[in-house]
Design a binder for this molecule. Structure first.
Ligand SMILES: [Zn+2]
Length: 187
């Protein structure tokens, strides 16, 4: 399958930047950091020109966050409709879709972050009698996917590790405050 060449669609100062747009057919990993799914569609980079290739989940997130650019891409002649590449599965697109509190096996858990894989990270609202807290990732159906038990004193380190190694899209504001004392982060 050959890839249709996109039309230049920026104007004015951005004319020199002609993002490639459309489906990709190489078996290459999604260009969103930390994502290990195959890229499926190339979209304009939303801020500074150029382009980026995402997997189906990250195409769906892009649609959520860049509705205007999405509409412009949809209207391009000769380019596949990106909509068929925007599939979500049991994944969350934004932090706001994730409940602030859930119960997992009867334990009250608080929202911590939206991971790059589209699953939500929660931690125990209270440590247990041994001073341990649980971290659990859940899918959009709130089904637990992965769980670890951490000493309460290492909980902040675990969130930092998760952020660095698994990747997060958004941190819950309270979790951010606990980690960074309320400093805001650009993402
Ligand atoms: Zn991806």
């Amino acid at each position: 399958m050959s890839r249709p060449r996109s039309q230049p669609w920026y104007s004015g100062a951005h004319r020199a930047l002609e993002p490639d747009v459309g489906p990709v057919d190489e078996h290459v990993i999604c260009e969103c950091g930390h994502c290990d799914r195959e890229q499926s569609y190339r979209l304009p980079w939303p801020v500074i020109g150029g382009d980026i290739a995402y997997c189906e989940y990250h195409v769906a997130r892009y649609r959520e966050h860049n509705p205007e650019i999405w509409e412009r891409v949809r209207r391009l002649d000769g380019v596949d409709d990106p909509g068929i590449y925007a599939t979500v599965g049991n994944r969350f697109l934004t932090l706001n879709e994730i409940p602030k509190e859930i119960a997992v096996d009867g334990e009250k858990m608080r929202r911590v972050a939206l991971g790059v894989d589209g699953w939500a990270l929660f931690d125990s609202a209270e440590p247990d009698d041994d001073g341990l807290v649980h971290f659990v990732t859940v899918d959009r159906d709130l089904e637990p996917r992965e769980c670890v038990e951490i000493d309460r004193s290492s909980a902040g380190d675990f969130v930092s590790w998760f952020r660095e190694h698994e990747g997060v899209h958004d941190l819950d504001p309270d979790a951010r405050k606990a980690l960074y004392g309320g400093e805001s982060d650009a993402e």
